[in-house]
Design a protein around this ligand. Sequence first.
Ligand SMILES: O=P(O)(O)OC[C@H]1O[C@H](O[C@H]2O[C@H](CO)[C@@H](O)[C@H](O)[C@H]2O)[C@H](O)[C@@H](O)[C@@H]1O
Length: 373
Amino acid sequence: MDMSSNSPVVTDPISISPPLLGGLTSNLMSFSVMSGGCSSPGMSAGRRTIEEVLVNGLLDAMKSSSPRKRHNLAFGQDNSPDEDPAYSAWLSKCPSALTSFKQIVASARGRKIAVFLDYDGTLSPIVDDPDKAFMSPVMRAAVRNVAKYFPTAIVSGRSRKKVFEFVKLKELYYAGSHGMDILTSVSEHNTGKCKEANIFQPACEFLPMIDEVFKSLLEVTSGIEGASVENNKFCISVHYRNVAEKDWKVVARLVNEVLEAFPRLKVTNGRMVLEVRPVIDWDKGKAVEFLLQSLGLNDCGNVIPIYIGDDRTDEDAFKVLRERNCGYGILVSQVPKDTDAFYSLRDPSEVMGFLNSLVRWEKHSQWQKQKIQ
Ligand SMILES: O=P(O)(O)OC[C@H]1O[C@H](O[C@H]2O[C@H](CO)[C@@H](O)[C@H](O)[C@H]2O)[C@H](O)[C@@H](O)[C@@H]1O
């Protein structure tokens, strides 16, 4: 893929349908959002209907965005995934990467593994306050070890700067803002010096717009208890995890109203979060392809990429690996989900177990090679 000549920036917003609610509800495809101000008493009935459809579509997506663990009605407790027949059935389609570890590494034999890691919900547990999604020291040690043996990248919806502040490992590659801000420079382990720094930011021209929308979203949601807005540089997160469910529709309406004037931005949904981002042909999947190419890891015969993530946005990366028929997506989930991943892990502690197993396996392989020589 020639990234230099292939600009992901879509310059003609008219050709994008729908500009808002990108990928959320296909039945909304025929509606286009008119630019202009907020709802007003003088607004036509047709226009109000369109708005209502959009807001309800957004609300539906919000409700379905984070399936909760099944509730055991008999005991009033959450079922553990082990006891959940639906989860067990799903595991036959998307087996545990821990129990399938031998198959995974067997297919990697003779090839270099490249590791791609999402951050929230993968390396850190999901918590109510996005600013407190810290990574544990043992998880950091596991990622540091992985990076000693395999090229390793973090691919996050957070801004690159923020995710680096959480991870704090200079020896990794970082793709922030859902892959719209990629840094491919790595410090040498011993000297700490940066070898070569390359930054790829395909949505640069959207920065002023994102800043403007961030301020508007901050202002309009300030009266909603529990709502928070996070500036992720090339995208914005509107969090509703701490908002009472009765107020979710208000959040949907406000986001919709602000974005009416910005047809070149769209909304996708993650785990209790609405993510506002440019309508460009770029996502975590494209970021993984870009990283593989720019790091010289694009040869499927020699490299096997493994991508671990928990969110809908990670599906773009799983899909790329599946379509290339090269490498494995691993979905972190405690509930059955439709996914393009090949394998699954339940939670960040299993992710850590998997990363540690990779390191042990690689150490052992190296030791065996030395023994033979
Ligand atoms: O791609 P990721 O690294 O997974 O980032 C996706 C979003 O993650 C964060 O939000 C999520 O985690 C929070 C902390 O656990 C949680 O409070 C929130 O409900 C989750 O949606 C981050 O704050 C967002 O900006 C990212 O877009």
